[in-house]
Ligand binder design. Structure first.
Ligand code: HEM
Length: 530
């Protein structure tokens, strides 16, 4: 940023020749009057041949695309990932042949951070997981690692995702988010207890995007040149340290600034204070692991660090802000299906469901040709036989290709299949097609461990945040949630119970004070009396 000027300037314009800073229409016509529409006489009606006015206004009328159905509020930045090339003392090729991980390799990246449940203009201080989506523009095409700040998730089967999100979004009648609806869903979803424990602690409000972790959450696979696979989980560790907020701190920030995280990232990058994250992996052999008391493909579980150490494998630096928020951040499209050779899917049911959902929503949100947009296009050889569709503009020919041939196979010089990069990985399945929950559910053990591992202030925050929200819920919901917390840890259950009682007593006192005792106040009928 220029020291004397807080604004950035474009280093070059588009198109041929230079006309200085002259305003034009999209057709390249210089605009000589941008103040007055054409009218018959100075007070008469406007005419339909006002091309400049109609182009300007009709483009404005179409300035928005639908916001993301989740993760609508976000910001982004460009950067670079540099690979260390090692996993502990082993060369990384022992586990994966992905070229992005070759020693010393530098790969451009684009990252989008976000909150999850709230709309695009909402405060960045709200309690919510944070999205951490990374696009790697690798020499083998794009790889997207679509993660969150927290390392686990609420549910373990993709079938439940629309219900989870409906419960978090505003009430369809009042359009107001409701703690009762949220906990109604959680009380029927005991596997969410571990994630709820993180979410209601300070880990549910990271101080900003630079000082938070990231995690792929779901389990992937790595495949080496011999076609052998291992299970892998990814974690980003911020080199700026980790900082989370209490509810009170968040409210104070929110009262002054509801863009604080976007502003923090933008300004840090503008002043050259580039944030960095180290990428770590946890690795497990690719089998069922009967010795574990949880299923490695269950995304409500942490893989214990003592058993499955974190291996640093590279570092990402964010060093460039977007020049157009809409084109680069809003139109960015990440998906769990976007993998390169050497990376593969696991049978994690959430990952499978997610992989359908992302590109499906993006074809609706942005359009069938969303991958032609510069932010989403691979920065490598792209040559498809896909043609047409709304807003198609990039005909991706290969050099020397017969451009009459948009099909395969052909002997007339069309596109050809690529050779395999290594031995194909061909997992074998022998089972009935069923609908079944994960067997080693072990729903509450890790929630209890997480509770006990928190620092005192984190536990105190967790208890008071849960008490305040559960006080607004139907007693049947409270009872179920208390039984889950108690199964995780007796002290946890007891303290949340006391916290609910405290919050109810406090609310009653306030209602008395307001002389509206006995009526349904903003918390609903918290007295529980009919
Ligand atoms: C965004 C679906 C679980 C992380 C989205 C979007 C959809 C979606 C439809 C909007 C995408 C767009 O408009 O471009 C799902 C489904 C899930 C699921 C169906 C479970 C079955 C998860 C989990 C994580 C996650 C477990 C964390 C690892 C994200 C992130 C974004 C996102 C970070 C925002 C990407 C961006 O910045 O554009 N998800 N999601 N999602 N999801 Fe998920």
């Amino acid at each position: 940023m220029n020291k004397n000027n807080k604004y950035r300037t474009a280093s070059k314009g588009n198109g041929q020749g230079s006309k200085g800073r002259v305003l034009t229409t999209r057709q390249g016509h210089p605009v000589t009057d941008n103040q007055n529409i054409r009218t018959i006489g100075s007070r008469g009606p406007a005419t339909m041949e006002n091309y400049h006015f109609i182009e300007k206004m009709s483009h404005f009328d179409r300035e928005r695309v639908p916001e993301r159905v989740v993760h609508a509020r976000g910001t982004g930045a460009h950067g670079v990932f540099k690979s260390y090339g090692m996993v502990g003392n082993d060369p990384i090729e022992k586990f994966t042949r992905a070229k992005v991980f070759k020693k010393g390799k530098e790969t451009p990246t684009f990252v989008r951070f976000s909150t999850v449940g709230h709309p695009s203009g909402s405060p960045e201080t709200l309690r919510d997981p944070r999205g951490f989506a990374v696009k790697f523009y690798t020499e083998d095409g794009n790889w997207d690692l679509v993660g969150n700040n927290l390392k686990i998730f609420f549910i373990r089967d993709a079938m439940k995702f629309p219900d989870l999100i409906h419960s978090q979004k505003p009430d369809p009648v009042t359009n107001i988010q409701s703690a009762e609806r949220i906990f109604d869903f959680f009380s029927g979803t005991p596997e969410a207890t571990h994630m709820v424990t993180f979410l209601y602690s300070p880990w549910g409000i990271p101080a900003n995007y630079r000082q938070m972790q990231g995690s792929g959450v779901n389990t992937y696979k790595w495949v080496n040149a011999d076609g052998e696979a291992v299970l892998v989980k990814y974690h980003w560790e911020p080199q700026q340290g980790i900082r989370n907020l209490t509810q009170k701190e968040a409210q104070e920030i929110q009262g002054k600034n509801f863009n604080h995280a976007t502003q923090d990232l933008y300004e840090a990058i503008e002043r050259g204070d580039f944030p960095e994250w180290e990428l770590n992996v946890q690795i497990m052999s690719d089998d069922e692991h009967p010795e574990l008391d949880f299923d490695p493909l269950d995304d409500t579980k942490l893989w214990p660090k003592e058993q499955f150490p974190w291996y640093p494998i590279g570092k990402m630096t964010l060093n460039r802000n977007p020049v157009d928020f809409f084109n680069e951040v809003e139109l960015a499209a990440f998906g769990t299906g976007v993998l390169v050779d050497g990376l593969d899917f696991s049978d994690d049911k959430m990952l499978q469901g997610r992989t359908f959902s992302y590109s499906d929503t993006q074809r609706y949100r942005i359009g069938a040709n969303y991958l032609q947009l510069p932010i989403n296009a691979a920065k490598t050889h792209v040559a498809t036989n896909q043609r047409g569709g709304q807003m198609a503009f990039d005909t991706d020919f290969a050099e020397g290709q017969n451009i009459h041939v948009n099909y395969e196979p052909s002997i007339l010089g069309g596109l050809e299949e690529a050779p395999m990069a290594g031995k194909e990985y061909t997992p074998r399945y022998d089972a009935n097609l069923v609908r079944k929950p994960i067997e080693r559910a072990n729903t509450f053990k890790q929630a209890g461990e997480t509770y006990r591992n928190f620092e005192d202030w984190e536990r105190d925050e967790l208890i008071s945040n849960l008490g305040n929200d559960l006080a607004k819920c139907d007693p049947r919901i409270q009872e179920k949630m208390l039984s889950y917390f108690t199964q995780a840890d007796e002290d946890y259950g007891r303290r949340v119970k006391e916290s609910i009682e405290r919050a109810v007593a406090e609310a009653k006192k306030m209602m008395k004070h307001d002389l509206i005792e006995g009526t349904d106040g903003p918390l609903g009928n918290i007295t529980g009396e009919e």
